[in-house]
Design a protein around this ligand. Structure first.
Ligand code: ZN
Length: 162
């Protein structure tokens, strides 16, 4: 059984039935971790306010067969915004599990701290290996595409995107 403590940005949280929830974290030391918050309602309510999306937290995780979040302490609330929610969804969806990425960590902490601008989505894409500056529209091969499909992991220009 492994137990570890690390800093993390909360990417997302979903309820699993009445008592459990699943939290998506981007951690400083281990990259993305999807952890369960299990057991009684009391623990959930204690952890709930700390594990809201965009929060910068220190987490304690126990990994028996799968990661379980057993403690979380908020150190800072992130500044909400459309672009930042887009970025954390992107990281949740396409970042590999358990692979630390120092550049992505620094970017997420900076954006949670000061808020994200539209161009920051491109920076996140670039770190994740999808550099928009040398990308082409997947359909017509035009350069400087305007859209990225997270589902298909490809770029589109605005004429081809629907
Ligand atoms: Zn196109």
């Amino acid at each position: 059984m492994l137990e570890y403590v690390t800093e993390a940005i909360v990417l997302d949280k979903v309820d699993l039935g009445e008592l459990d929830s699943r939290v998506y974290l981007f951690t400083k030391d281990f990259g993305k971790i999807t952890a369960k918050i299990k057991s009684g309602r009391k623990i959930i309510s204690k952890l709930a306010s700390h594990t809201e999306p965009l929060n910068l937290v220190t987490v304690r995780i126990v990994d028996k067969n799968s990661p379980q979040l057993i403690d979380a302490l908020i150190s800072k609330k992130g500044i909400p915004g459309k672009t930042l929610f887009k970025i954390v969804s992107l990281v949740r969806d396409i970042s590999p599990e358990g692979q630390p990425d120092h550049n992505l960590w620094e970017l997420l902490v900076a954006l949670a701290d000061s808020g994200a601008k539209a161009g920051d989505f491109s920076s996140a894409l670039k770190i994740l290996g999808f550099d928009p500056t040398c990308a082409k529209c997947n359909n017509c091969l035009k350069g400087s595409p305007d859209f990225f499909s997270v589902k298909d992991l490809i770029f589109y220009c605005k004429d081809c995107y629907q």
